[in-house]
Design a protein around this ligand. Structure first.
Ligand SMILES: [Zn+2]
Length: 166
């Protein structure tokens, strides 16, 4: 079944609350962002992808602005959540997931010849800083998630084996 994407106003509302209220996300205040949910839940190997952040740019961004009858405001971040799991999450878990995704949203300065430098959205990868922020989150995630995060960061040089202590 091909994935179906739907606008997610409740995700948007909660993200806006985090952006407006938490200093960590100050850089995102007033920036255009898109929040959608996807069905069915996508998988990466055996793992369900609960959230994903990417950047809409080029023609797709232009189509978006045109649909809103606005002038071209360039590329923007898009956060996608898995519709089913999202429905089953409590508020604390939703906030935790959104904070994690918002931590992926960064900006970099791009200079073009003869023009003023522009701030462009970029993605912040899983790194030690992001991981530390996740761990310090008041809604501490489950251990499985921490292990998955750690595994996605080769710079930690952690060795995982298939064996697990019960
Ligand atoms: Zn992530």
């Amino acid at each position: 079944m091909p994935p179906v994407y739907t606008l997610a106003p409740d995700v948007h509302r909660l993200a806006k609350e985090l952006i407006d209220e938490e200093a960590e996300f100050g850089r995102l205040r007033g920036m255009p962002m898109l929040f959608v949910s996807v069905e069915p839940t996508q998988k990466r190997g055996m793992t369900r992808v609960l959230g994903k952040t990417d950047i809409v740019s080029g023609k797709n961004a232009l189509m978006y602005w045109t649909a809103l009858k606005k002038s071209d405001q360039g590329p923007f971040h898009r956060i996608t959540v898995a519709a089913g799991p999202w429905l089953n999450m409590d508020d604390r878990r939703r906030r935790w997931l959104l904070r994690h995704e918002l931590r992926h949203c960064g900006f970099k300065e791009v200079k073009k010849k003869g023009k003023e430098p522009e701030e462009r959205p970029c993605l912040i990868n899983h790194d030690v800083e992001l991981f530390n922020a996740d761990l310090a989150d008041p809604a501490f995630p489950d251990v499985e998630y921490v292990v998955r995060m750690a595994q996605s960061m080769p710079q930690l040089e952690l060795r995982f084996t298939e064996d697990r202590a019960a």
